[in-house]
Design a protein around this ligand. Structure first.
Ligand code: FAD
Ligand code: SIN
Length: 546
């Protein structure tokens, strides 16, 4: 084998008081709120592509919050969240997020976000989604995430102490391990001193020192063949946390959205047909036009996602069909197009008029409920390290996230993390002993096919064996195959020069392994985790900590 190693001698050490990995709702809310509180500290926000390319940008349905107190109250939103979470939510965290929700949504509005209004009364138009007993979703057409991301990007640009680094890839967190200590999962007081960042344009690795680091790197949908998540969603932050020996939990709870557009061409990502479409009156039917959700739940098409996705999976297996359908033909055409212009246009672009024909849909991986364990202020098990947004396990979602609670969680935690950092950063100094990245440089991989093929294999393993319905045999098969992929990839990583593609592959394998191992550890069916070997729920609540 020809190894392409070359030496780089440039000194690449940078510093910021606070280093935020990620520019979605969690990362940017943290940056804005912190910059407002502390104009005296330097903040760097890192994005591995351009600043707006985030899961946040693709959010369609909206953000949930108790808004109309004539029909809704905190108790109802709390009860819906707990019910969806199938007894694994932390009630204290649910209460905290729900009660802070309206203030954070108001803040998004104050920072320039537009939400649709109801013309008659000039009130916000509140939508309903699965699992919500009231209409409480604020939205901007079917482009809510793009609108929020636009407003946050414009707002953050107003602060001179915030620097945005686009096309920088965080490789690993800096800890005592980089000072030569043997850090294990039981080492107390692990500390984070920043991160190694790969400049994707020059392919230089920078040592970025920080007094405090925040992981806000989003989800990991790319471990599956079919996902609504953009290609950036490779679970990097969670994998870095695991490598740094921090605590990660509840990884078995992967949410499959019931209705992604059936996509025989295998487009990545799959296009989402928002749950708000069902909230608007669309009905799930089999290909032959018969409703089936009444067999599974009284709430029918608007049952929580885990129930609807499993029902579709069961119908597809029983009938041998490739897809089920979403029937919108009875809905008001003008109103439909007004509310869902992106969905309407996408359907038209693939030859389906949703007001004339049923839309073919299938479940697709959509959201990771587990992740980096954090407390109510976003503090992780590692000192000087916070985490917020989809990469975390806060206790809000439990075993299944309630629709539109994710943007809310990102905004609430972004605010809380910023406040906590502002109160504690003065007691923390840089650690300047961290060595620079080892001298070997980085380059584009010579054997790209090894990486792309391994990614494909991982996605196949996860899709066949760790999908909506699991079993002991399937999970074991997945773990066995993943071990081989893991050792091949580590060998590649140790022998060849670093590349972003190889880093992503390593992270995807780590996430696939964590999901599969957590699923193997949970000997019951609960929320999004269903296994034919243990179809019942246990009466005790158990977290899977890794
Ligand atoms: P993201 O918005 O995903 O941002 C991640 C950031 O991390 C990006 O900037 C990325 O570049 C950066 N990053 C990642 N890895 C690295 C690395 N190694 N180095 C440097 N930077 C890195 N939720 C709702 O509440 N309501 C909805 O209506 C809704 N609709 C959705 C529709 C779709 C199609 C999808 C995919 C998700 C939807 N969700 C919705 C979920 C929600 O959008 C996400 O959970 C949420 O936006 C995540 O925000 P975040 O800030 O945690 O991460
Ligand atoms: C959707 O619009 O259906 C997605 C909502 C969510 O994931 O919360």
């Amino acid at each position: 084998m020809v190894l392409c190693l070359y030496f780089k001698s440039i000194v690449l050490v940078h510093k910021s008081d606070v280093l935020i990995l990620g520019s979605g709702i969690a990362g940017l809310t943290t940056a804005i709120q912190l910059a407002k509180l502390r104009s005296d500290i330097s903040i760097t926000v890192v994005s591995k592509t351009n600043i707006e390319e985030t899961n946040t940008k693709y959010a369609q349905g909206g953000i949930s919050a108790v808004w109309n107190h004539e029909i809704d109250d905190f108790e109802k939103h709390i009860a819906d969240t707990l019910d969806a979470g199938d007894d694994l939510c932390d009630p204290k965290i649910v209460k905290l997020v729900v009660e802070e929700g309206p203030k954070r949504v108001q803040e998004l509005i104050d920072w320039g976000t537009n939400f649709d209004k109801n013309n008659a009364k000039n009130n916000y138009d509140l939508a309903r989604e699965g699992g919500h007993t009231e209409a409480r979703i604020l939205h901007y057409r079917d482009l809510t995430g793009a609108e929020i991301e636009r407003a946050l990007i414009e707002k953050v640009a107003q602060f001179s102490n915030v620097k945005i680094l686009e096309h920088y890839y965080a490789i690993d967190l800096l800890t005592q391990h980089h000072l030569g200590y043997n850090v294990t999962r039981i080492t107390p007081d692990i500390e984070c001193y920043g991160a190694y960042l790969l400049d994707l344009k020059s392919l230089d690795v920078e040592t970025h020192l920080a007094r405090i680091t925040v992981i806000a790197t989003g989800g990991a949908g790319q471990i599956y063949r079919s996902t609504t998540n953009p290609v950036i969603a490779t679970g990097d932050g969670i994998a870095m946390m695991y490598r740094a020996k921090g605590v990660v939990e509840n990884m078995e709870f992967v949410q499959f959205h019931p209705t992604s557009l059936y996509n025989p061409a295998g487009d990545n990502p799959s296009f989402l047909i928002s749950e708000a479409v069902r909230g608007f009156g669309a009905v799930l039917k089999s290909k032959d036009g018969n409703e089936f959700m009444q067999k599974y739940d009284d709430r029918q098409s608007l049952a929580p996602r885990d129930i609807v996705a499993r029902a579709i999976d069961s119908e597809l297996k029983a009938r041998g069909d490739e897809f089920v359908c979403l029937d919108c033909r009875h809905l008001d055409k003008e109103e439909f197009i007004k509310h869902f212009p992106t969905i309407y246009n996408k359907c038209k672009s693939v030859g389906i008029d949703p007001l004339e024909q049923m839309i073919p849909v299938v479940p697709a991986c959509h959201y990771l409920c587990g992740g980096i364990q954090v407390d109510e202020n976003g503090k992780t098990s590692i000192d000087r390290l916070y985490a917020g947004g989809e990469c975390t396990s806060t206790g809000l979602h439990g075993a299944n996230r309630l629709a539109s609670n994710s943007l809310l969680e990102g905004a609430v935690y972004g605010h809380r993390i910023a406040t906590d950092i502002s109160n504690h950063i003065d007691q923390i100094n840089y650690n300047t002993q961290i060595p620079e990245w080892n001298a070997f440089g980085t380059t584009e991989p010579k054997e790209m096919v090894l990486i792309t093929q391994s990614i494909k294999e991982l996605k196949d393993i996860m899709s066949y064996y760790v999908g909506i319905v699991r079993s002991n045999v399937r999970l074991k098969r997945a773990l066995d195959r993943m071990h081989l992929l893991y050792s091949e990839t580590e060998e590649l990583y140790n022998l060849t020069v670093l590349s972003p593609q190889l880093c992503e592959l390593r992270n995807l394998i780590t996430i696939g392994y964590l999901v599969t191992r957590s699923a193997s550890m949970r000997k019951e069916s609960r929320g999004l985790h269903f296994t034919t070997d243990y179809p019942d729920k246990h009466s005790f609540k158990q977290n899977t900590l890794l």
